[in-house]
Design a protein around this ligand. Structure first.
Ligand SMILES: CC(C)(COP(=O)(O)OP(=O)(O)OC[C@H]1O[C@@H](n2cnc3c(N)ncnc32)[C@H](O)[C@@H]1OP(=O)(O)O)[C@@H](O)C(=O)NCCC(=O)NCCS
Length: 145
């Protein structure tokens, strides 16, 4: 097995979306449209990656930053490729590139019932922020904010 980590480009969209759909613990939302990914990659160049085995995409991670903090999202590794260090390699590439641009604090969301992912993040040394809750809002159908 010869896994290569490469920058994610929009040409990878269909394969990446298919991997997300197959991955438990990943929600594919409206924001994960092709247009959404184009915008995300334009705003956050050089921070998101795929893992390839030959031509096949076997891992993906999105990473963005807002000038102060980095955000890791939609990390997934194909089931048959797990526990071989691919998830760790993808995250390492993200945090290395965030550090290069001076972003030294990083956040992510994980569903609380996703025990495998929590074990993964624990192993990588990420801390649970039990004192925080997540609050979200969408524009409703009337367009009123
Ligand atoms: C979470 C995920 C990305 C991990 O990818 P991976 O390539 O298997 O992870 P790695 O091989 O780099 O694991 C690194 C370490 O994390 C820990 N770890 C990873 N998966 C684990 C699991 N299922 N249970 C317990 N510990 C785990 C281990 O300590 C592992 O090191 P080891 O194999 O030497 O013991 C993968 O399981 C996945 O795609 N899950 C479905 C999607 C998902 O939940 N994504 C995360 C959303 S926040």
């Amino acid at each position: 097995m010869n896994i290569v980590i490469q920058e994610l480009t929009i040409e990878d969209y269909e394969a990446v979306r298919s991997l997300w759909h197959k991955s438990e613990g990943i929600e594919v939302a409206d924001t994960d449209s092709r247009e959404g990914l184009v915008r995300f990659l334009e705003r956050n160049p050089g921070l998101s990656f795929v893992a390839r085995d030959g031509k096949e995409i076997v891992g993906v991670v999105l990473c963005g930053q807002d000038g102060r903090r980095g955000y890791i999202d939609q990390l997934a590794v194909s089931r048959s490729y797990r526990r071989q260090g691919i998830g760790r390699s993808l995250v390492s590439r993200c945090v290395y590139n965030l550090m290069r641009i001076g972003i030294r604090k990083w956040h992510l969301f994980v569903f609380e019932d996703n025990q495998e992912a929590i074990a993964f993040w624990d192993n990588l040394g990420w801390a649970r922020r039990v004192e925080l809750i997540t609050m979200s809002r969408d524009v409703d159908n009337s367009g009123i904010i």
